[in-house]
Design a protein. Sequence first.
Length: 77
Amino acid sequence: SAWLAERGYDKAYGARPLARVIQEYIKKPLADELLFGRLANGGHVKVEVDGKKLGFQVLNLSHGSKKILKEDTSARG
């Protein structure tokens, strides 16, 4: 998505920062949800962008859906 491209690209380093962006904004929050949160019992996740926030819509088949937002706290904003 454009959100990832904006934060994961640097003129000097190309797309190398992309791995760090994915780690910080997707992998870490999802790992927390898998271990301690709404995904502890499984479910499906839809990643979406809401303005400057990256959001996860957790679709738990037995409990409906819930939206979790991860604010962009990067200096680039």
